[in-house]
Design a protein around this ligand. Structure first.
Ligand SMILES: [Zn+2]
Length: 332
């Protein structure tokens, strides 16, 4: 074919041009559809959260595990129980949190001292809710078998802390001994003066914790659990709650259990009441004293209800204190 003939082939009439335009449009539609058909739309996978976090503390290894979480209405009136709803809502809104929905995580701490594997609290009962009670499964994912746990330390007797001690009447950690604060154990075990809203807590304690009394060491504040782990009084949230100093090779960590149970509200306003606290005024005093000590001495913290991985610092702020999450400093 000569060059001129080729040119002629591409010359089009108006009718042909319209046909061509339609064809091009059709082609365009196909072109648009082809890539989608070739790579099917990625499925929605839902939220994915980290649930195991391990770091070094001197010669110890510390692992935090997300037993689960609960979502519900709040934070008011659970948090800021003695404040108007608008005051609490204004605070959370100013920090980017929802005003009428709330999430509370449950985070268990495991310390491997090299000699003992120590579990701080046992999490929720398996099956209590879909979103919690995962500790014993995640422990395996984290590299430990329940049979390896040497000591289970119970900070206090509430369901999210003692609920995961037994399943079907059997101890989940078959080789462990247990450490309870004597004051806390006696309170729930005796069962005098249990408030109406804590009757179920007492019932669960009798199922989950009381049968383990014979295998338990009852301690008081300032007692040593093992070398490097020592208790501290943290009364108020519950009658005999204990917190724990953890130290190895000069590196320190404080497990404050439920001293603070909202990383923003109870830190910024330790004086605001929390509905979960049994003696609300005493809990306020414990928070103030604890935050002061941790901020002054710059001691890092693990907290059962802090956002996962639940490791951070307390800093003094213009009002109250501020939670500062940890980053990589432990591993260097
Ligand atoms: Zn708790």
């Amino acid at each position: 074919m000569k060059r001129d003939d080729r040119m002629t082939d591409f010359r089009t009439t108006r009718r042909e041009a319209l046909k061509l335009a339609g064809g091009v449009a059709a082609l365009g539609a196909i072109a648009g559809a082809v890539p989608t058909a070739a790579r099917a739309a990625a499925p929605m996978l839902g939220v994915s959260r980290p649930s195991i976090y391990r770091f070094k503390l001197g010669a110890f290894e510390v692992t935090t595990i997300l037993d689960g979480f609960v979502q519900g209405n709040g934070p008011h009136p659970t948090f800021g129980a003695n404040q108007p709803a608008e005051t609490v809502q204004a605070l959370v809104a100013a920090h980017g949190l929802p005003t009428t929905r709330h999430e509370n995580p449950y985070v268990v701490t495991v310390v491997n001292t090299g000699k003992e594997l120590v579990l701080f609290d046992a999490g929720n009962p398996k099956g209590r809710m879909k979103t919690a009670g995962h500790l014993s499964d995640l422990l395996v994912t984290a590299g430990y078998s329940p049979a390896q746990v040497d000591i289970v330390v119970l900070t206090h007797g509430h369901p999210d802390h003692v609920g995961g001690l037994m399943a079907d009447g059997k101890a989940i950690y078959p080789n462990a001994r247990y450490v309870f604060g004597a004051q806390e154990f006696d309170y729930w075990n005796k069962g005098d003066n249990i408030a109406e809203n804590r009757k179920a807590t007492r019932e669960l304690f009798m199922q989950q914790a009381a049968p383990l009394a014979e295998k338990s060491t009852m301690i008081k504040a300032s007692d040593e659990v093992v070398s490097g782990i020592r208790s501290a009084a943290a009364y108020g949230h519950s009658p005999g709650m204990l917190a724990f100093h953890i130290e190895s090779e000069g590196r320190r960590l404080y497990n404050w259990a439920d001293t603070a149970n909202h990383y923003l509200i109870t830190l910024q306003h330790p004086e605001w009441h929390v509905a979960f606290d049994q003696d609300r005024d005493m809990a306020v005093e414990t928070r103030k004293k604890t935050f002061d000590m941790l901020a002054m001495e710059k001691i890092p913290v693990v907290g059962f209800h802090m956002p996962f991985p639940s490791v951070g610092w307390v800093e003094k702020a213009s009002t109250g204190y501020r939670w500062v999450p940890a980053s990589f400093q432990f591993n260097l």
